[in-house]
Structure formats: C-alpha cells, structure tokens
Write a protein that binds this ligand. Structure first.
Ligand SMILES: Cc1cc2nc3c(=O)[nH]c(=O)nc-3n(C[C@H](O)[C@H](O)[C@H](O)COP(=O)(O)O)c2cc1C
Length: 171
C-alpha cells in the first residue's frame, strides 16, 4: 500500500505521532511518504491511502490543514483509503473536534478518524500559547489530574484498521 501522511504540528507532537504511525505502517508492509503541510501542499495522485493529522488549539485545527482538506476534497474522496487523526489534550472531545473541523463527507468516506492524545510542554510554547499551557498545567496539578500524553495504543489500533490486520512482524 502506497501511503501519504500529511500533517501539521506547532510544537512537535503531531509530527512525532506521524512518525510513530509511519513506522507502524511500514512494519505492516506499507510504503510511506510524510509531508508537513506547513511546507506546502503535496501532490495527492498515486496513493492508495492518504492520512491527514492535525493538532488542536482552542478547539480548532490549523487553517492550512483546513485549506488542504478543501482544496484536496475530490482527490481525497476518490482515494481508496483516507483517514484522519488529531493530537489534543482532551480525549473526551475527540469526536466533537473531528466533526467541527473536518468536512463531514470526508469523515464519512474515511476508514478511520481518531485522537492520538497530545502533550503540553510550557517550554515549547511562546506568548499566549505559553500562558494557556501554564494555565492547563496548573489546573492539572490543582485537580491532581494527569497531564495529556501520546496514546500509542490509539496509533496501533489506527494502523491495524488501515492495514486490516496486526503487525506482520508479530505473525
Ligand atoms: C494554547 C493551547 C491551546 C490548546 N487548545 C486545545 C484544545 O482546545 N483542545 C484540546 O484538546 N487540546 C488543546 N491543546 C493541547 C494541544 O492540542 C496539544 O498540546 C497537542 O499535543 C499539540 O500538538 P503539536 O505539538 O503538534 O502542536 C492546546 C494547547 C495549547 C498550548
């Protein structure tokens, strides 16, 4: 399976998840190209599978990702397999964030759409984002909650769904 992973990442977590997914899909025999949408829109022709991943800030995915989904609508709808993932701090809101940010017809035509968790590191943020990240961290401490983290098991399940089975190396 020839597969394209398109992603955007503000502080590196979505890029990290794209890389974890790439390795998992490669282990299952897929041939992967990864493209950072911040560097421009990749060609979509010639892939059996196109995956789009985005980080969430204030309930929204980046505008470049939205523009990519709009511009690539027809190619995405005509691609054999499509899938979407988000990186975010609040997993309970994953479905709502997906529905509010990704065109419904693309979600309905996709093989899977999921949340891969997220990370909030104050030191990677600047300005307002840093202020928000500090607030989030303080709230987590105050309520003795846990900081968000990348959910590798979600990435594993996503890879399994896309490849229709488990890691070939494990068989
Ligand atoms: C300013 C700011 C706003 C955020 N807003 C949300 C949000 O609305 N919903 C959510 O689930 N996570 C939110 N997050 C958490 C990010 O989605 C999380 O840090 C994610 O891993 C970022 O991915 P990236 O490193 O690829 O940019 C926010 C984080 C920051 C710093």
């Amino acid at each position: 399976m020839k597969c394209l992973i398109c992603y955007q990442s503000k502080t590196g977590t979505t890029a990290k998840c794209a890389e974890i997914l790439k390795k998992k899909l490669e282990k299952r025999g897929a041939q992967i190209t990864a493209a950072n949408l911040a560097a421009g829109r990749p060609q979509l022709a010639g892939y059996d599978c196109i995956i789009t991943g985005a980080p969430v800030r204030m309930g929204k995915i980046p505008k470049e990702t939205k523009a990519f989904l709009e511009a690539g609508r027809n190619e995405l709808l005509n691609c054999k397999k499509t899938a979407f993932f988000i990186c975010s701090a609040f997993p309970a809101q994953t479905q709502q964030v997906l529905l509010e940010n990704f065109p419904r017809e693309l979600l309905e035509a996709s093989v899977c759409a999921a949340g891969f968790g997220g990370e909030v590191d104050i030191h990677k943020q600047k300005g307002f984002d840093r202020f928000m990240a500090r607030m989030m961290t303080n709230l987590v401490k105050h309520y003795k909650a846990v900081m968000p983290s990348v959910r590798e098991e979600n990435i594993e399940a996503f890879a399994n769904t896309l490849c229709g089975g488990v890691d070939k190396e494990k068989n």
